[in-house]
Design a protein around this ligand. Structure first.
Ligand code: NAD
Length: 277
């Protein structure tokens, strides 16, 4: 199936009037989520780490949809950057209703060769970055207070995790540890703030066609190997995640909190047992 078949189609503007921040939104899954939230009616802050051009292009696409959108640079692993990012969201959009903590990276190495710098950078961005963004989002939701005309929830957070929050991954110990950490961080925040009407969930992508894992899909040999891990027999597209996130942050999912929505074509279903084991 080609990606064109999976393009996000026009949807009812279920997020009209809501304001969203998507981290790492200049490429891949974050870009697709930002555009889908915009298609569903939300105004969007498009966060990026270093390359302004692609982020500005996403913001332009959103404005062409009739939404407010602004691209803001911030390294989510740095507290001062994250504080400034949320300040920019308040300044440009007047507040925030939705956080999608998506920014992430890999720095792979055999475990016995992994440097402390490689370990630390992945934890800093994938886990501490989500901690900082979630904390600022919760502070912002509580500062604003409930606005029932906008949403039944005080605020919505989606953490972009990975199937590697549950599947161990040799050669990627820092990455798997960061995503395992995201899982219990997300559930603990959800438990702490459910009574206030803040919903916190994760999506766990399987193998998705983005720059982060290009070597796993961009040759026929690699793609064939990859498919042996995916019962649905196709790679995921960023739009598969975008649709899941759009639902999770809408009032349609009002009773859903503290859960991981796995979007993986069955990768976590022990594909090695497909033929009966
Ligand atoms: P990607 O490389 O296209 O996107 C990652 C984005 O995060 C990039 O735009 C990058 O610039 C940004 N980023 C990196 N460090 C940052 C920082 N310090 N501050 C702000 N932004 C930063 O790859 P993707 O696949 O779209 O990844 C998005 C998320 O999905 C990541 O959290 C990744 O771990 C997760 N994920 C991806 C897959 C997959 O198969 N592609 C699978 C599981 C999980």
């Amino acid at each position: 199936m080609q990606s064109a078949d999976l393009a996000v189609r026009p949807v009812a503007p279920v997020l009209l009037g809501q304001r969203a921040l998507v981290t790492g939104a200049s490429s891949g899954i974050g870009r697709a989520i930002a555009l889908a939230l915009g298609a569903a009616g939300a105004d969007v802050v498009v966060n990026y780490a270093s390359q302004a051009g692609p982020a500005e292009a996403v913001a332009t696409e959103l404005r062409d949809l009739g939404r407010q959108a602004v691209a803001v640079r911030a390294d989510v692993g740095r507290e001062a950057d994250v504080l400034a990012l949320f300040e920019a969201a308040r300044a440009h959009l007047g507040g925030l209703d939705i956080l999608v903590a998506n920014a992430g990276l890999q720095q792979d190495a055999p475990f016995h060769e992994m440097s402390l710098a490689q370990w630390q950078r992945v934890i800093d961005v994938n886990l501490t970055g989500q901690f900082l963004c979630c904390r600022e989002a919760v502070r912002e939701f509580r500062r604003r207070g409930l606005e029932p005309a906008r949403s039944r929830a005080l605020g919505k957070i989606v953490c972009v995790s990975s199937v590697h929050e549950v599947i161990p991954w040799a050669g990627h110990v820092n990455y798997a540890a960061s995503k395992g950490g995201v899982m219990l961080m997300m559930k603990s925040i959800a438990q702490e703030y459910a009574r206030e009407g803040i919903r916190v969930n994760s999506v766990a992508p399987g193998a998705i066609r983005t720059p982060i894992n290009r070597e796993a899909w961009d040759t026929p040999e690699a793609y064939a190997r990859l498919l042996t891990l995916i019962p649905a027999r196709r790679i995921g597209e960023p739009e598969d995640l975008a649709r899941a996130v759009t639902w999770l942050v809408s009032d349609e999912a009002d009773y859903v909190t503290g859960t991981t929505l796995v979007v993986d074509g069955g990768m976590t279903l022990y594909p090695g047992f497909e033929a009966g084991g």
